[in-house]
Write a protein that binds this ligand. Sequence first.
Ligand code: UDX
Length: 434
Amino acid sequence: MRLSIIGSGYVGTTVAACFADLGHEVVNIDIDEGIVETINAGDAPIHEEGLDELVADHAGPEGTGRLRATTDYAAVLDTDVTFLCLPTPQNDDGSIDLSIMEAGASHLGEVLADKPDWHTVVVKSTVVPGSTEDAITPILEAESGKTAGEAFGVGMNPEFLREGTAVSDFLNPDKVVLGADDERALADMHEVFEPLVSRADAPVVETDTRTAEMIKYANNAFLAAKISLINDLGNICKEFGIDSYEVADAIGLDDRIGEQFLRSGVGWGGSCFPKDVAAIIAAAEEQGYDPAVLNAAVAVNDRQPGRLVDLLADHVALDGARIAVLGLAFKPGTDDMRNSRAIPVIESLQARGATVTAYDPVATENARDYLDDVTYADSAAAALDGADGAVVVTDWDEFAALDDAFDNMADPVVVDGRRIIERRDGITYEGLTW
Ligand code: UDX
């Protein structure tokens, strides 16, 4: 099929490259000329495992030609289905900001005015229930002068890929959710996903657009709340001197609980969980419902960085101390600093009079935009050298093998927020939740 993908962020680019790999003819539309040139040169505009190869295979000079990028929305006219993969940031009150989606829908609608035959538009961005039906479809209708269900169809297909494993998550989904209020749109979505579904043998969930939108929020909110619950339990374990990881391993054997997302520690960050949980809370409150468990999940998550710093303060006088912070990215395998737990940890250390030397294998450059007055070290060993204390914020594998580096600390006190370093003699070691 001929597909247009609007937006070249980490979802849009991944989806475009993967669909090209599955045999579709894909054009990726973005307003950023630099990104468009990068893709057309055969390079990935973001760092994602396996993405470079896919973009080179299909957009590069030696490629199949099934992937190209452009800034021109008119490219939509030569395609059958358009996926909207634009960002949905949050307003100051946590609610969803649909303005970028609305602007994209408006450009798309203008182009659809000139499309003589049927077209299907699929919302892939994470949007609160009702957005596709109540906000996006009316804009498409107004700008195109056409009626949804007659000249074009609208669907919703949420994306569950994680940063760092986006390509493999897309190509090996545990489910494909197709939401549509229109039979023809649904049939087009089935056709687009057929090569993926048959290759990955993935179950397909067919539903309406509102339910598809809610499935995405429920998925992310459930996982975020699961981590907050294990953090709450981990904090209780800590009070009793119990190893919460031993407890988590045991309860994870119960199929009803499951072993994943039971790693307690300094909490969840990133571009999705904090934003999506805030958006569904705001949407629920707007409907007059108080989502008590989700509010508690946020409260536990907000508390964990402070608990980490309090634990360190039990051993080190923070005022005037130099503290090594190991890890800055919101999780290993990415340089993304958005909502990283490192930010509140470092700000809290600084507020209590400490100076910070931080190290991360890839996120240092991005960290400069989020943090002030931090010294960045070239290695974990360099950050630890002479430090009065250390905290681990991101579970990079390399921190598991630091061994002797702790011997060069002025005062070998380490608080591990991710259970990654090996407990050893000669350091004062505290796990945040165990
Ligand atoms: C998440 C969802 O997993 C994905 O399906 C969705 O499409 C986007 O949001 P991502 O933000 O890339 O993906 O990261 P993820 O691997 O889910 O981790 C999120 C946060 O939770 C990280 O800060 C991580 O450190 C933390 N986490 C994860 C824990 O603290 N404990 C765990 O057991 C797992």
